[in-house]
Design a protein around this ligand. Structure first.
Ligand code: ZN
Length: 313
């Protein structure tokens, strides 16, 4: 049974949307944390439990959390899964393997280097408490889950990852955008199974959604409809801005490695270097291969160079 739950010290930006609570992530919801949702009805459900250890531990002690919904397999969305050992974990069917073993996650990331796999595997266990989830329930696009006045609908939003999903709560006119995070960094598609084209299609689809409140998993978190409508085009445009910057840099030929060594996306070295090098390489390759298909760059002798005459289309 549920007992009344009060947090010892509610974070400043804690918000209620009817039965849906917004739990701000530590560090402003920046990696390795993300914002969570708690659905507090007849049952207690949690979305992306990687926000605030003290809050979520308090919740686990005073509520029977029956279900945990996870938007995608990234470690910064499931750091505190272990606090809810009795719950069933609802995960995207397309990436269910990544919740069963770190090797499953490496396969989706395209992380091949043995040294990187060993190092990252240790980080996953030590820092993110990774363990294979026991009560795993794969969900599919369009599936709906209901309790009382709350319906949680699975909105497929691939691109960031293969199975990345948003959660729509029609009764509360609330859309949880997960890692369509509207941050100044722009869209992230740094896994082998991430897709630039899918991300663009996802952004277009989400732009047509009519909700009252939009919630991202990182940084600002809560957006009104007006704020969402203003933030989305800027986020979308960062993809074209990246392409323009690439075409400018490739006026002289450069390899993917040379571009990655210049930290094209992150702008500065980040730790651990080989993981960020992997991400830079993945994101660069997706752009460069598309530009090549479009006839805007040529790939010769391992390097890419901007075509002087741009082929349209
Ligand atoms: Zn992510």
């Amino acid at each position: 049974m549920n007992q009344p739950f009060t947090a010892a010290a509610e974070p400043a930006e804690f918000r209620d949307f009817g039965p849906i609570k917004f739990i701000p992530g530590k560090k402003g919801g920046r990696y390795p944390y993300c914002h969570s949702l708690v659905i507090d009805g007849d049952e207690t459900w949690v979305v992306d439990p990687a926000s605030d250890k003290d809050y979520l531990r308090g919740l686990a002690q005073t509520r029977e959390v029956t279900r945990v919904f996870i938007s995608h397999f990234h470690e910064d969305h499931q750091k505190y899964n272990y606090l809810f050992p009795q719950a069933r974990f609802y995960v995207p069917a397309a990436e269910a393997e990544a919740f069963k073993s770190v090797e499953g996650a490496f396969a989706l990331m395209g992380l091949d280097d043995p040294q990187a796999r060993e190092y990252w595997g240790e980080i996953m266990v030590r820092q993110f408490h990774f363990r294979p989830l026991e009560h795993l329930v794969p969900y599919e696009p369009g599936q709906r889950f209901q309790q009382g006045e709350v319906t949680l609908e699975i909105i497929p939003a691939p691109g960031h990852t293969l199975g990345h999903s948003c959660f729509h709560f029609p009764g509360q006119e609330l859309l949880f955008l997960a890692d369509v995070d509207l941050t100044p960094f722009g869209p992230w598609y740094g896994d082998q199974t991430s897709s630039l084209e899918n991300f663009e299609a996802t952004l277009k689809g989400l732009s047509e959604y009519q909700a009252r409140t939009y919630i991202t998993a990182h940084e600002q978190g809560v957006y009104s409809r007006e704020e969402f409508q203003a933030a989305l085009p800027a986020y979308q445009k960062s993809i074209a801005a990246r392409e323009d910057r690439l075409l400018e840099m490739l006026k002289t030929p450069k390899t993917v490695k040379q571009l990655a060594d210049r930290h094209f996306f992150y702008g500065k070295p980040k730790d651990p270097p080989f993981i960020y090098h992997h991400i830079e390489t993945q994101m660069l390759t997706k752009h460069l291969e598309r530009l090549r298909r479009q006839g805007r760059v040529t790939h010769t002798n391992g390097a890419y160079v901007t075509n002087k005459i741009q082929v349209s289309g």
